[in-house]
Design a protein around this ligand. Sequence first.
Ligand code: ATP
Length: 653
Amino acid sequence: VGSPEFDPFEHLSALKSLAPAPYALLTQLFTQVDATRSRIKIINGLTNFIRLLILLDKSALIAAVWLSTNAIGPPYTALELGIGGSILSKALKTVSGISGPALKTLYDKYGDIGDVAFEAKVSVRTLVDPPRLSIKGVYDTLVQIAVAKGNKSQDLKQKLVEKLLIRGRGEEVRYLTRTFVQHLRIGAVRTTMLTALARAFTFAEYGPRCAQDKLQKAEEVVRQCYARHPNYNDIVAALLESGIEKLVDACPMTLHIPILPMLGSITKDMSEMLLKIGNENTEFACEYKYDGQRAQIHYDESGKLSIFSRHLELMTDKYPDLVDVLRSHSVILDSTRSFILEGEIVAVDQSTGALRSFQSLSNRGRKDVQIASISVAVCLFVFDLMYLNGESLLNRPFRTRRELLRSSFTPTPYKFAYAESIDATPLDQDAISTFFNSSIQSKCEGIMVKLLDSITPTMTATNKRTRPLLSTYTPDLRLESWLKVKKDYDSAADSLDLVPIGGWYGNGRKSSFWSPVLLAVRDPDTGVFQAVCKCMTGFTDAMYKEVKAKYDEESINVTRVKPDDFETPLMPEYFWVPQEVWEIRFADVTLSPLYSAAQGIVSDRGLSVRFPRFIRKRDDKGIEEASSPAFLAELYKRQQSRGIEPQAQDQAA
Ligand code: ATP
C-alpha cells in the first residue's frame, strides 16, 4: 500500500472475502511505515490504506485511525488504557508460558516490549488456529479495557489483554503490545494522519488523478476542521457521510469539545516586537503574560460548564472553586447564554489579590478536588472569547472579540478578572516599557502583544507587508498577530519544552538517582526524538525521587537498547519511553560537533544548548507539543541576529 501507484480497486475482490477488515492488514501497514522515515511514503501508505477501507469496510475506518495515531479517543474523554508493566508481564507469561527471568532476558536483549512479546509468542503452537482479529474487534476490546473500573478492573484488564494476545499472530502481537503501552513507534503523527484523510477522501470523490490544488485545499479543510473539532470519531463519520466539501458544516466547532489553542510567536525583545507588529499606525493590545495554567471554558444554555487544559484535557474537577465563582457570583450576565472563553488560571493571595508563582499553583490537587480542601486560591484572568450565544467569533477581529468579552461578564475581585492591558501603537514606547515593567513586578512572565484589527497587504513607504496579518482567532497556528515579549533569562529569548529520553546514574549523593538526563526535541513530521543536551541542574530532591520512581530500571519505561525513533550520539545507561515534557532554560543555543538535532536547518551541524537547567514539568503539554527542531533552529537564528557569538562546543561532550 505504500506505493503511489497502488490502486485499491485491483485488490478489492481478493480482499472482499476478508471483511470485516483484518487487524493483520493494519499491522502490515505498520510494518511498512516502521521501515521508512520518508514522510511521503508514510502518507502514501496511510492514504492508500484509508482508500481501501472506504471500499472494503467503512466500519473499521474510525478504529484504524485511532489505532494508527496511538490513541483510543480524544484527550478530553480521558480514555486511558491503564495497562501497566505488571499486567502486561503476567499476561505475556500466561499466553506464552515463558518464565519471569526469561522475559527479563528477552527485554534486556530487545529493549522494546513489542519485540519481546513477538519473540515470546512466536514459538507458541496451538492445535486449532484461533479466529482472526479484526481491526474493529481490537479497537472495541481496547475500549473495554479502558473503561474497566473498580477493584476487579486489573484482573479484567489482564484477561482482555490475554484474549487479544492469544488471538494475535506474528506481527499482530508486536503491534498489539506496543499499543498496550501506547508507544507504537511508527511515524503516523497527527499531521500525517490529517493529510492522509484529506487525500484519501479527495481521491474517493474525484479519482486518484485529481488536481494538486484540490488536494491542497482538502488538506487545509481537514486540518482546520481538526483544529476546531479534534475528534476523529466525528471527523471520519462526517467525511464518510458528507465528503470533504461539506466537512466544515458537518463537523463544526461544538460546545464542550475543546478547540486547539491559538499560539503566540516569540520575539527576542521589545524592539523586535515593534518591528513585527506593523507600522506606526498599527493598534495593538499589550496584556500581562500571566504565569499559571491556560484554561478554555465552555458554557451552554443548560448551565453545563467544562474547563479544558491547553493539552485539551478536561479539568473541570480540578477547579471546583472556579466553577462555583462562575455559577454563583453573577459573573455570567443573564444575556450571556453560551460561550467559549480563554484565560489563565493563576494562584493568588486571597486577601490582597497579589499574584503567586506557578509553583504555588502546582501545589493544588489534580483531580476531584473538594472545595473544603483547597488551600491555594486562584483567579481566572480572561483574555479571549471565541464563541458567544450560539455564534462562532473565530473570524471576528480581536477588537470585537474583546469588546464582546468585556460586555458579557462581571468581574469579581481576585476570582475573575480581565487580563490587565493597555492599547498602544509603536509610537507609545515609553508607555509599553512602563507596562512591561509593571507586569514583571506583578510576577508575570512579560507581556503578550495582540493585533486589534487585521492588516491587509500594503506597499507603502512605512509598511512593506505583502502578506495579510490576521487578528482573528486562529486555532493551532502560531502567527505574528500574537507576540510574546518575555523577561530575559541570560541571553536566551525563550525556553525549550524537551522530552526526557534517557538517563545516567549520578555520582555521590545522587548515585541512586538519574542525573544527568538526556533531553530531546521532537520532529512533528516523523515523530522522531532528536537529542539536544544532558541536564543535571535545577532538580529538587523530590523531583529526583519522582523521576526515579517513574523510570524505574525494572519497569517497561526504561530499556538498555536505543529505540529506532531516537537520534542521539550519546548512549545513556538507560533509554526512557517518551511520555512527558520538561521546560528547560539555558544560556544559549550552540552549533554542535556532537548532536544532530535540527541538522540541515541552519548548518550541516546539529544544535545543542549550553548550561541547560530544569525549570518545571509541563503537565499541560503532551509529547506532541514538545519543541520541534525547527523551533530550536529559530532560537539559534534569533540569537545570532542579536550578535551573540555561538560557541561551537558542547557542555555535554
Ligand atoms: P505556546 O503556548 O506558545 O506553545 P507555551 O505554552 O510554552 O507556548 P509560552 O510560550 O510561555 O507558553 O506563552 C504562551 C502562554 O502564555 C499561553 O499558552 C498562555 O497559557 C499564557 N498566557 C498568559 N497570559 C496570557 C495572555 N494575556 N494572553 C495569551 N496567553 C497568555
